[in-house]
Design a protein around this ligand. Structure first.
Ligand code: PLP
Length: 464
């Protein structure tokens, strides 16, 4: 048995093999040495269990595979066939071509990120994109931070720390991932004053709670839940008039905050940022990567004096936005200003995709897959289903779509096999069928989707 140990090459000997030298050229000596040590350790353990020594060729093969695993990113592209357009777990909004180019450009060169080109001195990163936001929404001023959760915490800290904040009980919700309104309020040092009930809150409830300690009136859009039945909440106009009468600022967290009316697409009307500004809300917060279809940012818009206070609070430094993000946001906003958002921004392309085109693509997928390779117990059919906007917006709303259904004995297993392809395909399971929705699959991914599905079906067939 000790003989077998002696048959193993040393690390140094492994590193001088021609195939390993190629690995070193590609990945550097440090990673390759780690891989060599790891494979030799495994082989020694196997010999101790009575196995024969691994050959040099087998060791090199194992090292190559291990290196591939070591250098491949944990963050990888996937094909989203779920039909959920703003899928938070799959990275939310895809960026437009123009936004991607803008990111590339600012990443490859120095920029005037915080430099005043006229004065030749220090400038502010918070200027970028602010003008466009104001032009698009009618807001007096705007500031961009890392994400909307950050925007809400920052705005509450600046506007309401040490004061009372009045909010309806119907809005004391969890927005997602442990982001709960009462906790955020505590975090920002504001005192939560709940008014009304879960289903019905009136203006008079707010009026009754306002006193000299009140620092802010807060309203949060029902972005990821619905309260249906016997319900009431004051209108934005009622809240703004109370705010004006009492001189207590009104803040609205819109969450998604679209710049375009969603109703013409067959969806419910999602409140736009412009509507809130026009109604007289003092501070509006919204996400950049939901219905805006841009990069992950938090937008804070509203009255200049309040935005100035926010811009000068030390906490903003901890939430500051990256230059590539600002470049992508600018390019995204420009598409709205030039009235090209629906054709240029991926989420709007997906929302507005015509049903007959979706049907055509689903049918093309079906024809391409319906070959001799199809396992005998699997059948394919194109059927009516529903896509959703997702991303905590438009709850209960859906868009009619056509999906390719794969009907077979074990949908969970097939879904797992689809997730193991490169790139992984993420499908939806509905009534024991795998559904692939073309709405969220980029047309450029059609061929890859087909060949990856074929590969999975081929495996299944071989095992029959
Ligand atoms: C999504 C959402 C947030 C959080 O926004 P992020 O950009 O994900 O940080 C906050 N408030 C509401 C109402 C939301 O819908």
């Amino acid at each position: 048995m000790t003989n077998e140990f002696r048959k193993l090459p040393s690390v140094d000997k492994l590193l001088t093999q021609p195939a390993v030298k190629t690995l070193i050229t590609r990945h550097g000596p440090q990673l390759v040495t780690v891989a060599a040590r790891a494979e030799l350790t495994i082989s020694r353990e196997q010999i101790a269990q009575g196995a024969e020594a691994t050959t040099i060729d087998a060791l090199i093969k194992a090292m190559t595979n291990r290196l591939l695993g070591m250098v491949s990113s944990t963050l990888q592209p996937v094909i989203n066939a779920t039909g959920v357009i703003i899928h938070t777990n799959l990275g939310r909004a895809l960026l437009s071509e123009r936004a991607r180019q803008a990111m590339q450009q600012v990443a490859s060169s120095y920029s005037n990120l915080e430099y005043d080109l006229d004065g030749g001195k220090r400038g502010s990163r918070y200027l970028h994109a602010a003008d466009l936001l104001c032009r698009l929404t009618g807001a007096e001023a705007a500031v961009v931070v890392n994400n909307n959760a950050g925007a809400v915490i920052l705005a509450l800290t600046v506007l309401a720390q040490g004061h009372e904040v009045v909010i309806s009980r119907s809005q004391l919700v969890e927005i997602g991932g442990g982001f709960r309104v009462p906790d955020i309020m505590a975090q920002s040092g504001a005192r939560l004053i709940e008014v009304g009930t879960t289903n019905r809150t009136y203006l008079r409830d707010y009026e009754g709670a306002v006193n000299t300690k009140t620092g802010l009136l807060l309203t949060i859009h029902h972005s990821n839940y619905q309260i249906i039945g016997f319900t009431a909440e004051p209108t934005l106009a009622e809240l703004t008039s109370l705010s004006q009468k009492t001189s207590i600022p009104l803040m609205e967290d819109l969450g998604s905050g679209t710049l375009i009316d969603t109703a013409p697409f067959g969806l419910a009307h999602e409140p736009t940022i412009q509507e809130s500004i026009t109604a007289g809300v003092d501070i509006v917060t919204a996400s950049g990567d939901k219905l805006l279809g841009g990069p992950q940012v938090g937008l804070i818009l509203g009255k200049r004096s309040l935005i100035d206070e926010i811009k000068h609070h030390p906490l903003i430094r901890a939430l500051r936005v990256d230059k590539t993000t600002l470049a992508a946001l600018h390019a995204t906003l420009l598409a709205y200003l030039e009235q090209r958002a629906i054709t240029e921004i991926p989420i709007w392309q997906m929302i507005s995709a015509p049903l007959d085109q979706l049907a055509q693509r689903a049918e093309q997928w079906r024809v391409a897959l319906d070959t001799a390779e199809l396992p005998s117990h699997v059948s394919l059919t194109v059927l009516d289903s529903h896509s959703t906007v997702g991303g905590g917006s438009l709850p209960g709303q859906s868009l009619p779509t056509k999906s390719l259904a794969i009907i077979g004995p074990s949908p969970d297993k097939l879904a797992m096999q689809l997730r193991q392809t490169t790139p992984p395909i993420i499908a939806r399971i509905d009534q024991n069928r795998i559904l692939l929705d073309p709405r969220t699959v980029l047309p450029a991914q059609d061929q890859t989707l087909i060949s990856n599905c074929k590969a999975v079906m081929g495996q299944t067939r071989k095992r029959e």
